[in-house]
Write a protein that binds this ligand. Structure first.
Ligand SMILES: *[C@@H]1O[C@H](CO)[C@@H](O)[C@H](O)[C@H]1NC(C)=O
Ligand SMILES: *[C@@H]1O[C@H](CO)[C@@H](O)[C@H](O)[C@H]1NC(C)=O
Ligand SMILES: *[C@@H]1O[C@H](CO)[C@@H](O)[C@H](O)[C@H]1NC(C)=O
Ligand SMILES: *[C@@H]1O[C@H](CO)[C@@H](O)[C@H](O)[C@H]1NC(C)=O
Length: 343
């Protein structure tokens, strides 16, 4: 058991670990406005003995992640220092990219929500990205509260509903348990294994990705009509991304701080617009163009084969060895296209 653990730790640290590169300080890798976001419940408003969180304001939503990362840090100490190996990092980093790249703004442009020139911190309920992310923030957060690892009880916190489509979003533990029950249960299973001293890093990744893909699956069609607000390239990218996440999940990508920070350099730094031709977008870096090209290719193959390719992929990704080798291969390719400035 220990031997297995330590050899896996060796693989993680020595063979896989991406170098910190220019960042000498882990805090440089945190998502935008992390320092400014609430890191404990007492920093939120209290009403009738309940903490009130508005997940439609960026720092307040980010604060939910910050509390989650802080409260789970103790379970990841055995995998490395400074909470760097906390696999929940993938969620706030992804949300930070959405914010930085303008994807949380009102795509219908009827309001100034999320725009630099308007209310930059506003998260628009009309943003497809913001809506999907809600179920990768509120659900893991409330399930953590329900699991008892957040230090408050289930009826002590409530989220504010968005200005419209209130019925599509659950705002507290019991409401989420009834409206998105399978995903809530899978996040609970993840936290149960997190609290067990016998869970390996690989086990935790498995339960994390199970819960992650279930959250997306449970709301898969709920926000399809949002896609019409977007340019064709961006809407295509959203559809593709939704498919690609299933492949990434099967790979059980270790969603740790350094690794996800590194991988996200390949994601589009702004919304795609009419006229963007992948992989020849001139203000994107080589890596961003290649990464988009590969993501598209995976989406297309999935489409052509009627998702038979996903079944096959899942089959081949069953063993840890295959997943490691595949990941290593992908990261080697990406490192070859590592110029960060536009080509
Ligand atoms: C890292 O950055 C944080 C915030 O900027 C600072 O408080 C901390 O002292 C830095 N740590 C190191 C080792 O430089
Ligand atoms: C949870 O939210 C629902 C509305 O979505 C509400 O009816 C219910 O009373 C809330 N439950 C608690 C415990 O606050
Ligand atoms: C798959 O094909 C359908 C029909 O051609 C298309 O509408 C859809 O956008 C495609 N999906 C992806 C992920 O490319
Ligand atoms: C890109 O990666 C190669 C090989 O890994 C390395 O030699 C080169 O310095 C890197 N370039 C940049 C800009 O990081």
């Amino acid at each position: 058991m220990m031997a297995l653990l330590s050899s896996w730790a060796c693989i993680l640290i020595v063979c896989f670990s991406l170098s910190l590169g220019e960042a000498a300080n882990l805090s440089d890798l945190y998502p935008p406005l992390w320092e400014e976001s609430p890191g404990q419940f007492s920093e939120y408003r209290v009403e009738n003995g309940k903490y009130i969180i508005n997940p439609w304001i960026y720092p307040e939503r980010m604060g939910m992640y910050k509390i989650l990362l802080t409260q789970t840090a103790r379970y990841f100490e055995k995998f490395g220092p400074e909470n760097e190996n906390n696999i929940l990092w993938g969620l706030p980093l992804q949300h930070g990219w959405q914010y930085k790249s303008g994807r949380l703004a009102d795509p219908s442009q009827r309001t100034d929500c999320g725009y630099e020139s308007g209310d930059r911190l506003c998260i628009s309920v009309d943003s497809w990205w913001a809506d999907m992310n809600y179920f990768l923030c509120a659900v893991p957060f409330l399930a953590a509260v329900d699991s008892g690892i957040m230090g408050i009880s289930s009826d002590q916190v409530t989220l504010l509903p968005p200005p419209k489509d209130e019925m599509k979003f659950c705002v507290n533990v019991s409401a989420c348990q009834s409206s998105i029950s399978t995903a809530m249960r899978k996040w609970n299973i993840f936290y149960k294994h997190l609290q067990s001293p016998f869970s390996s890093f690989e086990d935790l990744l498995k339960y994390l990705w199970d819960a992650h893909t279930q959250s997306l699956h449970d709301v898969s069609e709920r926000f399809d009509h949002r896609l019409e607000y977007y340019s064709k390239p961006e809407a295509d990218f959203e559809r593709t991304w939704f498919v690609d996440v299933k492949y990434i999940g099967a790979l059980r990508l270790p969603t740790t701080l350094i690794r996800i920070h590194e991988l996200q350099k390949g994601l589009p730094p702004r919304m795609l617009v009419k006229g963007d031709r992948i992989p020849f977008i001139s203000d994107f870096s080589q890596r961003q163009n290649i990464f988009l090209f590969v993501l598209n290719l995976v989406g297309d193959v999935n489409n052509w084969t009627g998702s038979l390719s996903l079944t096959i992929w899942n089959y081949f990704m069953k063993t840890q060895n295959a997943r490691e080798k595949t990941l290593e291969f992908i990261e080697t390719i990406l490192e070859k296209f590592n110029s960060t400035s536009p080509k």
